[in-house]
Design a protein around this ligand. Structure first.
Ligand code: Z5A
Length: 211
């Protein structure tokens, strides 16, 4: 049985956290060794970086500071949490990973794609499979804004969120073998989860985690 690295991506409020919690419960009930983690914030250092990055009062003076914080979070996370878990044969479920950086920092903020690709070349692993949950930004943000106070990203303009979504869809069309898009528009949580199970069950079976 080999380790497996699955990421969930999408704009805010699309339902990643909700679906990942359902999936980790579903896998644990079937005795699949699994961990659920997230970026930013998958390590103790990452938690500190997360609170700075998301704080609405944070102001970065260089356009590169934000991405360097996401990368520091990711490098620590991969080395301390993900690589060991995958080596132990676990299924690693991660809420956001490199596609978030391409979507938000390239698509949203306009950083050069080759610069971001260069940073990602420092990483020793890539996701085996990615579920891209999709929804119109208006619907996703309405869900996210139903909660507590808005973080630094949720305060961005609708045009920013549209660029992020477009970049995500471009990643999916350029890597169809790795990335599958699941529309959540006007689908309830259970209907989305059924679709996710249809997609990930064969992948888990192929990696030796029979279900
Ligand atoms: N970011 C970046 O710029 N670059 C990077 O490299 C990385 C991240 C790694 C992280 O914040 C921010 O960092 C993020 C991108 C940026 N931007 N923002 N904001 P985060 O981790 O806190 O943000 P998030 O991942 O977007 O979390 P979220 O807002 O909680 O979204 P979600 O996890 O996709 O949604 P959810 O919590 O599961 O659901 C949101 C609400 O919708 C909740 O009340 C649910 O009950 C409800 N929900 C869920 N599914 C449905 C359906 N199907 N129908 C109706 N309602 C639903």
């Amino acid at each position: 049985m080999s380790g497996l690295f699955l990421t969930f991506e999408g704009i805010e409020g699309v339902g990643k956290t909700t679906q990942l919690q359902k999936l980790v419960t579903w896998l644990s009930e079937r005795n699949v060794p699994v961990i659920l983690t997230r970026e930013p914030g998958g390590t103790a250092l990452g938690q500190q970086l997360r609170s700075i990055i998301l704080d609405p009062s944070t102001r970065f003076h260089s356009k590169y500071t934000e991405i360097m914080m996401f990368m520091a979070d990711r490098l620590e996370h991969v080395a301390a949490v993900m690589e060991p878990a995958i080596r132990e044969g676990k299924v690693v479920l991660c809420d956001r990973f490199i596609d978030s950086t391409v979507a938000y920092q390239v698509g949203g903020r306009g950083l050069p794609a080759d610069f971001v690709a260069g940073l990602h070349s420092l990483l020793p692993l890539r996701p085996d499979f990615t579920v891209l949950l999709d929804v119109e930004p208006e619907e996703g943000l309405a869900r996210a804004r139903g909660r507590a106070k808005l973080d630094r990203f949720e305060q961005e303009t609708m045009a920013f969120h549209r660029r992020v979504r477009a970049q995500y869809l471009e990643i999916a069309s350029s890597e169809p073998h790795r990335v599958t898009v699941v529309s959540t528009t006007q689908l309830n949580v259970d209907a989305v989860f059924d679709r996710i199970l249809e997609i990930v069950t064969p992948i888990l079976n192929r990696s030796g985690h029979s279900l």
